[in-house]
Structures are given as C-alpha cells and as structure tokens.
Design a protein around this ligand. Structure first.
Ligand SMILES: Cc1cc2nc3c(=O)[nH]c(=O)nc-3n(C[C@H](O)[C@H](O)[C@H](O)COP(=O)(O)OP(=O)(O)OC[C@H]3O[C@@H](n4cnc5c(N)ncnc54)[C@H](O)[C@@H]3O)c2cc1C
Length: 510
C-alpha cells in the first residue's frame, strides 16, 4: 500500500506552476480537491519558459518533447482531450546526428527508413543490430515503466519481483556503454544510443544499462513539436486547470510554510498574504529550503549543468534539421571533462574539477523549421544546449569557473564551433539572444547551478531518490518535480505530479 497524507486534505496549495505543479493541480482537481497554485513568476511553465522579442518566440527550456501520451493522460484527469488544447506535430526526423568525421545520420521516426539510413552509412550488419536493439529497447521500457518509473516507491523492497529479475537478465545493471557496445560495432551508433545518459545527468561509462530506456522515449517512440513552442504545453495545462476550477496566484513568492503541530496549516507569501491549507505540494528545486524539518539529501550528486543559448536569426539557415546532435571527435573525453572526480561519476573524492568541453558535443534545435509562427519571415529560432560542469565540487563540478567572464567567451566559442560544423553565417545573423549559464541557474534557486537536479546515479534513482512523501517534516507536505521520484525531464516531472497527487488522494484507478 502506498503511504498517503493522513487527515483532512480538502484544500491543497501547490507551490510552483512548472510542469510538475500543473500536473499535480490537474490530478488533484480531477479528484475533487480545492486547489490553489502559487507561482512567483508572472505565468506558468517554470523551466519550460518562453521569451518573446522582435517577432521571435524563444523556448528557454526543453526543446525535445517526447511521450505526449503523458500530457494527454494528465489533461484526461479533468476530462479534457489533448487535441482540444494542443497541436502536436510528429517529427519525421527525430534527430540529425552530425559526427566529428564529417558524416551525418538522420534518425527517422519510421523504423524502416531509419534502418535503411543506417544500412547505407554503417552497413547491413549494423542495420540488423538496430532492428534488434529497438525491439529490445521497447521491451526494456515496458518492463521499467510500471515497476520502476510510474509508481511511488517507499522502499527498495518495493522493487523485488519478477521485473527486477527480468531487468537483471537483460543486462540492465551492467554499464550502459558496455550494453550498447554489445549491439553495435560502429562508434557512431554507440554514441547515438548512449548520449541520452547525459539527459539523466550521468556518463554512459558510469550509468547502468537500465538508462538505455531514455533512448526509447526519443529515438524509439519519436519526438513531437507542440505548435507555438514547448511553452504551449504548460500554457495548455494551466488553461485546462483554470477552466476546471483551479485558482492561480502568479507573482506570488512563497516565503514560509506555517506549521501547527505535525502539519503545515498555511502557506505565507512574501507580501504577507496567508493561504490556509490542509495539504501542501512543493515543486521547487530545493524543497528542503522551504519545508521545515525536511533534510537535503546526504552527499548529493548533481547532474552536469549547461549553457543554454537561444537566438533569433535573420537567416533561413537552409538544410538544417529541427534537432541536431552535433558530436565532436572526442567522446569519453567529453565526460571526463564534464564530471571528473565526482562521487560515483568519475574518479575518487577530492579529484579534479570539471572543465568546459574542449571538443564539444552540442544539441541544436531549430523549431522554426517546423513551426513558422516562432520567427518572422526569413528568420529562424535556435536553442543551443552545451553541457558544462555544475558548481558543486563534490559532483565533479567546478565552483571556480567565473561564468561572468567565461560565459560570453564560451558563447563565442560555441558559435564558432557551429559555424565550422555547417551553420555558416549563424553568428552574424543573430538579432535577439538569451543566454543562461550555471550562475543563472543558481540565481534562480537551482542546487549546484544545474537545471537538471540530482543526477540519476543508482543511489539517486527509484526508491533511493527523494520520495514524493518525505518521512521527515510535516506529515501533510508532498513533493513533486525533478528533485524527487521519478526524476528529471518533461515526462518524468508530469509523472511526479501524478505520484504526488496520489499521496493525497490515494491511488486513482486509470
Ligand atoms: C535549458 C534546458 C533544456 C532542457 N531540455 C529538456 C528536453 O529537451 N527535454 C526534457 O524532457 N526536459 C528538458 N529539460 C528539463 C525540464 O525542463 C525540467 O525537468 C522540467 O521542466 C522541470 O519542471 P518542474 O515543474 O519540476 O520545475 P520548474 O519548472 O522549475 O517549476 C518550479 C516552479 O516553482 C516556482 N517557484 C520556486 N520557488 C518558489 C517560491 N518560493 N514561491 C513560488 N514559486 C516558486 C518556480 O518559479 C518554477 O516555476 C530542460 C531544462 C532546461 C533548463
């Protein structure tokens, strides 16, 4: 039986209108609770934000949108249909992978087209390996979803069962890099199916093979583009929640949770307003800073961070794909630079500090290729995400990098790299830009200056990741978001919203 909040839970205050907070609010409202969402920003979205300037609409957070069925399920909690709120366009080309040797591979959503592309670039044996790998990936995901991901886990014992045995049999606990090498001989395919470990904050040379499933979410099941940009997703969820009767308070900074005995009795805002509550859901990055009695994780390991550069350019940039993974020559070196000496990630404690990648691998998204509403005629919007060390020495990060001076230099370096890799004329065509460095993430309250929260090391995954219902602190405080189970990324935080709501309502039959 899943543990739940005892006593009255009629009035719930949700702190944060990011995707986790919105999902929680929809689930709770669907179960009949009176819900108020309190958000310090001027609108919904949190990390999935948007900046509009001079006719360009820049998504400042996620760019790769996967698993739309989870958004549909979330809207379904209040009887809404996804197609009434959002237009999703499936991408025929999930990614273009660009390699350091000058070759490129289009990852097609259609498995037959993808296999044909692999056959022509890497040979028929690799295409056969691809077919086997994709089938195994789908099975690995199915095995893990219900048992390990889409479920509140209170104890490691919750995992014991035939699925754990099946996962071990499939090699889920060996190294991801080994797992992928077991299928593919071509180094380019090995990279293509292991770079996703970085989304989970771990090196593929350290991660367990169970994380291979992240590639099921993008390469296996496909990537969509929400028309209007990814920020259209939180907009849609917030609109559905409002129509269902959820109250939103924007521009409202939660200063304190007031307690009475073992419970929180009210949420106090910075302007002095007080919102009485029977239960509170906290979705902030560091909930332990807000929740009295809640402890931060002991010896946390944080994900690498990133520099995110979003630009609007007056150029068509012909020939570029919606999403490009631009690999450098270096591969193992990328991870050695990003996370050296971090606990569980690289060498031993007291080791070296993280460095900026000397031969960077970058994710470049150009959503205006698919969605012309995002840029003026003759223009494009691009998001460039460059992984960097975070600011926490114990996670292999580097607190000594002075991002106020390193940031602008690194921006220039990234743009020069992209020009050399085929984005000719990009730099000179920039009309608007927004950049965030680890310093900015830290200023927004994110631990270790990373927007990717606690890394998915084995010790911070499943039952070992902070629970949605902490055992310490007030009994009526529930957590959601990327710092708790099941983890980081749009699909995971939407699931965390469901898990958090069920800590209040009990399991909802689906
Ligand atoms: C550059 C970047 C690229 C990314 N790329 C991808 C991707 O391609 N695919 C993917 O799936 N994921 C991606 N992610 C990760 C994904 O965006 C996050 O995991 C997810 O959006 C986190 O949602 P959340 O609701 O947990 O947190 P948040 O969105 O941070 O929501 C928390 C909210 O709480 C509010 N808040 C905090 N403190 C208070 C307070 N005291 N009072 C009131 N409100 C408060 C904040 O303002 C915020 O709105 C990316 C993230 C970034 C930044």
């Amino acid at each position: 039986m899943v543990r739940t909040v005892p006593g009255r839970t009629e009035r719930v205050v949700v702190v944060g209108a990011g995707l986790a907070g919105l999902a929680t609010a929809l689930r709770l409202r669907g179960a009949g609770r009176e819900v108020t969402v309190v958000e310090r920003a001027a609108g919904p979205g949190g990390r999935a934000g948007r900046v509009e300037r001079e006719g360009y609409a820049l998504d400042t957070g996620p760019s790769v949108f996967t698993a739309p069925e989870i958004v549909a399920d979330t809207l379904g909690a209040v009887g809404e249909k996804l197609e009434d709120r959002l237009t999703l366009v499936p991408l025929e080309t999930t990614y273009r992978a660009q390699f350091g040797d000058g070759s490129a591979l289009d990852v097609h959503a259609d498995p037959a087209a993808f296999a044909a592309e692999v056959a022509s670039l890497c040979g028929p044996a690799e295409a056969d390996a691809l077919r086997r790998y994709l089938a195994d990936l789908a099975e690995l995901y199915r095995l893990q979803l219900t048992t390990f991901i889409d479920r509140n886990l209170d104890s490691p014992l919750d995992l014991l069962g035939p699925e754990l045995v099946a996962l071990a049999r499939r090699g889920g606990f060996r190294r991801l890099s080994r797992h992928v090498e077991g299928y593919f001989a071509d180094d380019r395919l090995r990279r293509l199916f292991s770079f996703q470990a970085l989304y989970a904050g771990v090196s593929p040379f350290r991660a367990i093979a169970a994380y291979a499933v992240i590639a099921q979410l993008d390469i296996g099941a496909g990537v969509w583009h929400p028309m209007g940009g990814i920020a259209a997703v939180p907009d849609a969820l917030a609109a559905a929640a409002t129509d269902a009767g959820v109250t939103f308070r924007y521009g409202a900074d939660v200063a304190e949770l007031e307690t009475s005995g073992h419970r929180v009795s009210a949420v106090r805002l910075a302007d002095g307003d007080r919102l009485p509550a029977d239960a509170v859901v906290v979705t902030t990055d560091q909930p332990w800073q807000l929740v009295p009695g809640l402890r931060a994780p002991r010896r946390p390991v944080y994900s690498p961070s990133c520099v995110a550069l979003h630009v609007g350019v007056r150029s068509d940039l012909p020939g570029q794909a919606h999403h490009t993974i631009s690999f450098g020559q270096s591969w193992r070196g990328v991870f050695d630079e990003l996370t050296p000496g971090g606990r569980l990630l690289g060498g031993g404690p007291g080791g070296r500090r993280g460095k900026i990648m000397s031969d960077p691998s970058l994710l470049v998204s150009m959503p205006s290729r698919t969605d012309r509403s995002l840029a003026p005629d003759g223009g494009q919007v691009l998001s460039i995400v460059a992984p960097t060390p975070n600011l926490d020495r114990h996670s292999g990060g580097n607190p000594d990098l002075d991002w106020t001076t390193v940031g602008p230099r690194y921006r220039d370096e990234v743009l020069t790299t992209l020009e050399a890799r085929g984005w000719t004329g990009l730099t000179g065509a920039i009309e608007v830009e927004e950049m965030a460095t680890p310093l900015d993430w830290a200023a927004q309250g994110m631990a270790a200056g990373t927007p990717f929260a606690l890394a998915h090391t084995f010790g911070q995954t499943g039952p070992f990741r902070p629970s949605t219902l902490p055992r310490r602190g007030p009994e009526n405080v529930v957590l959601a978001g990327s710092s708790v189970q099941p983890g980081v990324g749009v699909p995971m935080v939407l699931i965390s919203g469901r898990l958090a709501a069920e800590r209040i309502t009990g399991p909802v039959p689906r």
